[in-house]
Design a binder for this molecule. Structure first.
Ligand code: 3SL
Length: 236
């Protein structure tokens, strides 16, 4: 049972050779994987993450179309990528097609994985329980920002790695040590450091700092989320 961490999608090709034998945990704390968790908390039936705007645009009228590029809502879509938008009366019992700058890209890059999980602080304990029960090799895939490393995904990956290694997982690459070291240094002031991050400041400018608070809430959802045949559903 080994953990490999990708601090950004740019590490993917150099770090992963046998993805079909690993569980990939996709992490995009600000905001894609947090918003997906909110959507499922609020009763969405399923989320169809897609890489490009054109594919999302072609989804039928029964879908809620959600999309963001560079932090801003895609023109003509029903929703952007703010967790404040995914309210029960909008997403309850609905299928959502969703495309985002980095998060849905990381999901589609992981398509050949043995399994793909969608993780955020909002379902961190459920994700850890799922991983600890699976006893498989794990890739912690930080979506980052346009191939760059970001602090919020790194902190979250570090916390997962730290808690998994307490349960017998081995560390496979240095990026995992880096993420754990960053987490251990900041574990008592996680929210403060995330709020200083470049993307938190971008979101505060383009949307609202409330989004950051919603993305940092812990264990509001007690289910792991899994991508099955391209669709995000509750893991059973
Ligand atoms: O890149 C993404 O996937 C998004 O989470 C970015 S944003 O927070 O919606 O700007």
């Amino acid at each position: 049972m080994k953990i490999t961490t990708l601090l950004s999608p740019a590490m993917f090709d150099a770090s992963i050779s046998d993805i079909d034998r690993k569980i990939v945990v996709v992490i995009d704390i600000l905001r894609a994987t947090s918003t997906m968790t909110v959507a499922m908390e609020n009763g969405a039936r399923a989320i169809y993450p897609v890489r490009d705007i054109e594919t999302a645009s072609r989804a039928g009228t029964s879908f809620v179309k959600a999309g963001e590029r560079n932090g801003e809502k895609v023109d003509g879509f029903d929703l952007g990528n703010s967790p404040r938008e995914f309210l029960p009366d909008i997403v309850g019992n609905r299928d959502i097609v969703m495309t985002t700058t980095n998060g849905t890209r990381a999901i589609s890059m992981s398509e050949h994985a043995q399994e793909i999980l969608i993780a955020s602080y909002r379902n961190i304990d459920a994700t850890l329980n799922y991983l600890n029960n699976s006893k498989e090799d794990i890739v912690l895939f930080c979506s980052g920002w346009k191939d760059l490393v970001n602090v919020e995904d790194t902190l979250f990956a570090g916390e997962l790695a730290y808690r998994l290694q307490e349960n017998g997982y081995e560390i496979e690459n240095d990026a995992t040590h880096v993420a754990m070291a960053v987490f251990l240094q900041h574990q008592n002031n996680l929210n403060d450091i995330v709020k200083k991050a470049s993307h938190a400041q971008r979101i505060t400018r383009l949307a609202s700092s409330e989004d950051i608070d919603l993305c940092l809430m812990r264990n509001t959802f007690h289910e792991a989320l899994k991508v099955v045949e391209g669709v995000v559903v509750v893991a059973s």
